[in-house]
Design a protein. Sequence first.
Length: 132
Amino acid sequence: GDPAVSEFFHAVETAANTLACRDRLAPRTRAGTPAEAAALIRGLPRDTRTALLVPEDHVAVRLHTLLAQSDIACPDTVGLLAVMGTAVSAQTGLSRIGFDFHAMGRAAISLLTDTKPRSLAFPPLLQHGTTT
């Protein structure tokens, strides 16, 4: 798998442990292919609200489409949060965790020309859409 995806899910598990709610996490499920995504949607519980944390925006858009095609109410039955935060999720109205990629790019160029090493942090921004 993708190292960024693995790091994200490790962070989710760490946070769940810290908040003493690890038992509320379902096992990780791959949804990178159409068949995997369809299987995920078919396997969702229908009697309780579920949240999908999706670290790749294209996959999140595919899952959102499948939820609608399956007559599964989003966000009433399934909440969906895209974590990559690119224009792909923004254009489709998904709730997402976004990042200022323009600021990151400017900072990268600036760091290349700086004479002193430094570190910068770019906080995420929760952007509420139609899926949470």
